[in-house]
Design a protein around this ligand. Structure first.
Ligand SMILES: [Zn+2]
Length: 322
């Protein structure tokens, strides 16, 4: 019988199996180390002057009508002093909006980022109770379910939790693009255990990899930008009206960081484990885009600037739900 054969393994074989098992245990990285060291290399590289021209062309390469409008929802806020957000910043309060974006096409929608449930929101509060709107996150969840396609700017909880912790996760995963770096980080070294994916769960998403930029829908181009996280990317958008946006996500939290070429302080970067060389290249390029083009640069978290764009009719608050 097979069973007996197993028990009949020779002493040498048994020792060899034991040794192999021990080697596997010893060589697998301890959890602490995995969460301390970025596992995915973040290559710092300059952004060429021709990149914006390339993005504009790439935005025309996926057949179909361009999106009609850009919308956003703020599901939560973090209240921090400016000195945590910008190197050399003051003690003045800075309100960080936790946002998700929606592009509305004729008859369909595309989501950029996914909001988060309240448990993930609480991990950002550092003990403080901060504003959270469950009804707005529910609207994000409805929009994620209804979207034709979802992309996430990066694998931090405030951007990705809505597609990894949703009760509707499996259905949403089928139309959610994760980059290989985002998926690897979520499996191997997530920002918080709350957003960890198993390899089997990760395989349910549309996993892609690309080198510099990649069009995913009419008027929408992903722009690789590792630095804040290994899987961080920006999103270039061109509307049918001709209005163009660069969703710069978390390269800087405040638009002032791009306008003044100022990073987060070193202590904040150390906590997040950012690649400041890579961020420096990105900020300098965004600064040129901001100053030398009509492209509207939109960081994810700048609540004052988002409100300003909304007043000027350049972005709409609230999602279309059907
Ligand atoms: Zn963020």
């Amino acid at each position: 019988m097979r069973r007996i054969e197993v028990f009949d393994l020779g002493q040498k074989t048994k020792l060899a199996v034991l040794a192999l098992l021990l080697a596997m245990v010893v060589s697998s990285p301890p959890t602490i180390a995995a969460e301390t060291d970025p596992l995915v290399p973040q290559a710092a590289q300059p952004y060429g002057d021709g990149l914006l021209r390339q993005l504009r062309y790439a935005a025309t390469t996926v057949p179909g009508s361009l999106p009609l409008e850009l919308r956003f929802i703020t599901v939560a806020e973090s209240h921090r002093p400016r000195r945590v957000v910008l190197d050399g910043g003051s003690d003045e309060l800075y309100v960080q909006a936790r946002t998700a974006f929606q592009l509305v096409y004729e008859g369909s929608t595309l989501m950029v980022d996914a909001g988060m449930d309240e448990a993930v929101h609480r991990t950002f509060g550092m003990g403080a109770v901060e504003p959270y709107w469950p009804d707005r996150n529910a609207a994000v969840q409805d929009a994620l379910a209804a979207a034709s396609l979802i992309v996430v700017t990066h694998e931090h909880g405030d951007h990705v939790a809505g597609v990894v912790r949703s009760p509707n996760r499996r259905a949403i995963a089928r139309h959610t693009i994760l980059t290989r770096a985002q998926a690897e980080t979520l499996v191997l070294a997530p920002q918080s255990p709350l957003i960890r994916l198993t390899p089997a769960q990760a395989a349910e998403y549309l996993i892609i990899d690309y080198t510099r930029f990649h069009p995913v829908a009419p008027g929408v181009v992903l722009v690789k930008a590792p630095g804040h996280t290994p899987g961080h990317q920006m999103v270039f958008v061109r509307l049918a009206s001709g209005t163009e946006y660069l969703l710069s996500a978390d390269v800087t939290w405040a638009l002032d960081g791009i306008a003044d070429i100022t990073q987060r302080p070193q202590t904040t970067s150390d906590r997040i484990r950012e690649d400041r060389d890579a961020l420096d290249f990105q900020i300098r390029w965004l600064n040129r885009v901001l100053n030398a083009s009509d492209v509207i640069v939109v960081p994810s978290h700048d609540s004052v600037y988002l409100d300003d764009l909304e007043r000027r009719g350049l972005i709409i608050e609230g999602f279309v739900s059907d």
